[in-house]
Design a binder for this molecule. Structure first.
Ligand SMILES: C[S@@+](CC[C@H](N)C(=O)[O-])C[C@H]1O[C@@H](n2cnc3c(N)ncnc32)[C@H](O)[C@@H]1O
Length: 334
């Protein structure tokens, strides 16, 4: 919710900027809410961070709201408001998108291995298996895991000198932290992961299900904790002869600025690389690096995501990882 923005304005902005072109159902629900004082009054019983359109819509779908026109959704939501309210208080936006590995991989594959991978804000940990997925960049020759093609194929479009990998890194240890880790072997958690995918996004749902199967065969070590609290303890468990790589993707926007700065300091104190795929304007150092490389100043970074290594920005990336626009000099080794 933007400063001074009403709930109706928030839902209208969500409809126009986020749902339009991605989900006609969510677009129509958001427009419907924006013009519906009774539903808005119900939503405003929730604390602001619990009023997020995508979170609320997912909660209602989890409870069985019909995925159709606004009238049906409205009737269900008001009739089940006490359940909606209860779930909206306990659920978090935990969308786990394995496609983000396609944006991380060109850099990950350039880091000297073997690699110990530690993800903060890992959700169910599906981004902890980059070596178990197959990749194509610009529709070129696929790159597969060492044991052959994966059921998860990740396609990524590129622009600039993206160092597309010729083979996948050797990942010898993987672990993650999350405020509320999801368990791929728990049916309720798996259903929540699926419900976080927007109604018409059938490709994403198929990819999620295939990635969940991969994770189920070898579940990740996930510990509950804030990005910073759990970091050092978990890092200490990584094998000392591997290169520790901490990844953060789509998580730090949920962390308040002081804690975010603490996290950056904590990760900098580790003997580790930090690979991030985050909103481009979150850190002043990354924003300054982008401005030096591209001339784009912070107001122009709204809605953009950046790939960065150790706080040095390398590329703009699509939020879900399906596009990389490289602006940094080539990585060493090219
Ligand atoms: C949008 S999901 C991204 C998941 C995963 N990184 C990915 O890219 O698919 C954000 C995750 O961060 C977690 N999270 C939010 N705030 C956090 C915090 N302060 N500390 C740890 N995890 C947090 C949420 O629970 C959620 O699972």
């Amino acid at each position: 919710m933007g400063a001074n923005e009403t709930t109706a304005e928030w839902y209208t902005r969500f409809a126009a900027n986020e749902a339009h072109g991605r989900s006609a159902v969510y677009e129509s629900w958001a427009h419907g809410v924006a013009g519906d004082p009774e539903v808005i009054a119900a939503i405003e019983q929730l604390p602001p961070q619990r009023r997020q359109p995508a979170l609320l819509f997912a909660v209602t779908r989890l409870l069985g709201a019909p995925v159709g026109d606004y009238a049906g959704w409205r009737a269900f939501t008001l009739a089940h408001w006490s359940d909606v309210r209860r779930e909206a208080f306990v659920r978090l936006t935990q969308t786990n998108e394995p496609l983000r590995c396609a944006a991380l991989m060109p850099v990950l594959a350039r880091i000297d291995g073997p690699i110990a991978l530690l993800e903060v804000g890992a959700s169910a940990g599906l981004c902890l298996y980059p070596d178990r997925y197959s990749y194509t960049y610009d529709g070129g020759e696929p790159v597969h895991p060492a044991d052959g093609p994966s059921a998860v194929m990740l396609d990524c479009a590129t622009n600039g000198v993206v160092p597309a990998p010729s083979r996948l890194p050797d990942i010898v240890w993987r672990a993650g932290t999350d405020l509320a880790p999801l368990d791929v072997n728990n049916d309720d958690d798996a259903l929540w992961l699926e419900t976080l995918i927007w109604p018409e996004q059938h490709d994403r749902l198929a990819r999620l299900r295939a990635a969940v199967e991969i994770a189920r065969a070898d579940p990740p070590l996930l510990v509950a904790g804030d990005v910073t609290d759990a970091l050092a303890g978990l890092a200490a468990q990584a094998p000392p002869d591997a290169t520790l790589v901490v990844i953060s993707s789509g998580v730090l926007v949920y962390v308040a600025r002081p804690q975010r700065e603490l996290f950056a300091t904590a990760v900098g104190a580790l003997d580790a690389r930090w690979l991030s795929l985050e909103a481009a304007g979150l850190f002043s150092g990354i924003a300054a690096g982008i401005e030096r490389a591209t001339g784009i100043t912070p107001p122009g970074l709204a809605g953009r995501f950046a790939l960065a290594l150790d706080g040095e920005p390398l590329a703009f990336v699509a939020p879900h990882g399906d596009r990389i626009d490289w602006f940094a000099p080539p990585l060493p080794g090219e």
